[in-house]
Design a protein around this ligand. Structure first.
Ligand code: CP
Ligand code: NVA
Length: 305
């Protein structure tokens, strides 16, 4: 059950939380485009702590706050050096005195959890090595926007069993869609994440063939084969995942109205080809835009607005 104190992983939400956030994200998107957003975050500030690079997450959170009358500022780990210059618990306590909400992108999920434990304001996980919950919540919103629903659909995730895949697995335990992971041996998501999601009703299948994964899919999703911070097996990953590339051949076995998604940044020519990412099935730029709308919904909910 989600305590609505922090947003650390999709596993903490229940189905009604996910549905409510998606509905609010879609509503905020309409209001944004109609020029009807209200300044619900007037006087509120967000600290955005980054230990890894970002284009979308930083800008969508910053513009997300600004569009609702709030303020957001970027803090690089170069300055604060979490755990080196200062203990995480002290950073959490001090930053909580200045701002109303903290967003962090880092390596270890435990670091986000520790920050949340000691912060007196809500903490949002903006990507760790383990999860990327804001991304996948925005992706679910994009699917509902494009397909009108998510229940009953088949989502195929092709590539690395990484943080984004893990958040997809969590999502599958909350909603009633089928998740088929097209993986390479040795690069699957952690067993405990898959088992927990299955025990909560998640319909999750792992296969080792891209075509099998993509067959009759309503959604084909991919992400980079080498995530930020990954140093090991870089060349081997590219070799063993090359058959999982999202290309025009793979698209042929999916449903004719399949949508293609990618959280971006994409390594064109590796996990996805130019013709597919630029093609008629791709929704990747709407997906990127929706990060801002869903994050507004998350922030408003955390701040009780
Ligand atoms: N999708 C995503 O999180 O993009 P950035 O790494 O650019 O923030
Ligand atoms: N899996 C990727 C996602 C980037 C948004 C990474 O962690 O680098």
């Amino acid at each position: 059950m989600w305590n609505r104190e922090d947003f650390l992983t999709l596993a903490d939400l229940d189905r009604s939380d996910v549905e409510r956030l998606i509905k609010r994200g879609l509503d905020l998107k309409r209001k944004h485009h109609d020029g009807r957003l209200e300044p619900l975050l007037q006087g509120k500030a967000m600290a955005m702590i980054f230990r890894k690079p970002s284009l979308r997450t930083r800008m969508s959170f910053e513009m997300g706050m600004i569009g609702l009358g709030g303020y957001a500022f970027y803090v690089s780990d170069e300055e604060i050096k979490i755990g080196q210059r200062e203990a995480t618990c002290d950073i959490a306590r001090v930053v909580s005195r200045y701002v109303d909400v903290i967003m962090i992108r880092t390596y270890a999920q435990e670091e986000v959890e520790e920050l949340a434990k000691f912060a007196s304001v809500p903490v949002i996980n903006a990507l760790t090595d383990l999860y990327h919950p804001c991304q996948v919540l925005g992706d679910l919103m994009t699917i509902v926007e494009k397909k009108g629903k998510i229940d009953g659909l088949k989502v195929a995730f092709l590539g690395d069993g990484n943080n984004v895949a893990n958040s997809w697995i969590n999502a599958a335990s909350k909603l009633d869609f089928e998740l088929v992971l097209g993986m390479a041996k040795g690069f699957e998501p952690p067993d405990e994440i898959v088992s927990r999601a299955r025990s909560e009703g998640g319909r999750i299948k792992i296969v080792y063939d891209g075509f099998e994964a993509a067959r009759d899919a309503d959604v084909i999703y991919t992400d980079v084969w080498v995530s930020m911070g990954v140093r090991s097996d870089v060349e081997r990953r590219k070799e063993v995942m090359k058959n999982l590339q999202v290309n025009s051949e793979i698209l042929k076995v999916a449903r004719s109205d399949v949508i293609v998604m990618h959280c971006l940044p994409a390594h064109r020519g590796e996990e996805i080809t130019d013709d597919v990412i630029d093609g008629e099935h791709s929704v990747v730029y709407d997906e990127a835009e929706n990060r801002m709308h869903i994050q507004r919904a998350i922030i408003l909910e955390l701040l009780g607005k």
